[in-house]
Design a protein around this ligand. Structure first.
Ligand code: AMP
Ligand code: MN
Ligand code: MN
Ligand code: MN
Length: 275
């Protein structure tokens, strides 16, 4: 199976590196195909493409769209779409706008919990003025000494079940899948092991994604636990999904480095076979 990395973040969302630095890391890891999948943002793609072409690595366009399925936050990676598609571009802009409103709500909650000044603090860490994320709040909480690191900030304050969590409710999962397909791209259900869904609830998500037009799920990713990999590989075999692979790299941490999330099992159909 080819070594590819079709999921990573740059300074254009909540990652710490420029796209060309990500390409250098990919090259070191022997990656043959990359995508850049910033949250709700495609402004980093031109730099990524240029660097990848210079390094002799195949490049495909990418984005990770923040969606919701009922009350749950679900991430959909879009790959190999037309980055000039107007409907996609305005859809992403609307989510970025929603993030601004939501950031204010997160800051209000943190102030109520005794941590004032979070909005200014998070903004001081933002690297793309058009994109604010919970990672920036987590960084500020650590810098201000409320927690020891970003991980503890998620666990205690801004993670999905924590007291200052505010969902980003702009777009339904089905809409995001439709927007990607309309732009000529391939939707991928990102890190399905991360949603803590089992049994029927997980099956309902997979069915909803498929009904909306989705046909690929991530199997090897830095956002999966080791036991998630055989589980979702088997789901691909039994339910006819193609498989994707990406580190979900943001910055140096205990999670996978670029290109180090593990190869797909060789009997799966890789989503990139037609890219
Ligand atoms: P947002 O898109 O603003 O909701 O922020 C989501 C991002 O925060 C994810 O892409 C991760 O980078 C980070 N994140 C979310 N939950 C956690 C967690 N429990 N631990 C570490 N990072 C997390
Ligand atoms: Mn992120
Ligand atoms: Mn994600
Ligand atoms: Mn991601």
């Amino acid at each position: 199976m080819q070594n590819v990395d079709l999921h990573m973040h740059s300074l254009y969302s909540d990652g710490s590196f420029e796209p060309d630095r990500l390409v250098a890391l990919a090259k070191e890891a022997g990656v043959e195909m990359v995508s850049l999948t910033d949250h709700d943002e495609i402004a980093g793609l031109p730099q990524m493409r240029k660097a990848a072409e210079a390094a002799g690595i195949k490049f495909v366009t990418g984005v990770e769209i923040t969606t919701h399925w009922g009350p749950r936050s679900i991430h959909i990676v879009g790959l190999n779409f037309d980055e000039n598609n107007d409907a996609l571009r305005s859809y992403l802009q609307a989510i970025r706008d929603e993030r601004v409103v939501r950031a204010k709500k997160i800051a209000d909650k943190l102030a109520e919990l005794g941590m004032p000044g979070a909005l200014e603090g998070a903004h001081s860490l933002v690297t793309n003025p058009n994109l604010i994320s919970r990672n920036h709040f987590a960084g500020w909480l650590a810098a201000a000494g409320y927690v020891k690191d970003r991980q503890e900030a998620f666990d205690k304050w801004v993670g999905n079940d924590a007291p200052a969590f505010v969902p980003c409710l702009h777009g339904r999962l089905e809409e995001a899948v439709g927007v990607i397909v309309e732009a000529g791209g391939t939707p991928v259900l990102a890190h399905p092991g991360r949603y803590k869904l089992e049994g029927w609830a997980l099956q309902e998500l997979l069915d909803a994604f498929k009904r909306a037009g989705g046909n690929a799920i991530e199997v090897t990713t830095g956002s999966h636990l080791p036991e998630d990999v055989p589980k979702f590989a088997q789901i691909c075999r039994e339910q006819g999904f193609e498989a994707s692979s990406g580190s979900d790299f943001h910055y140096y941490s205990s999670r996978a480095m670029v290109g180090c999330q593990g190869l797909l099992p060789s009997d799966l159909i890789p989503v990139w076979h037609r890219f």
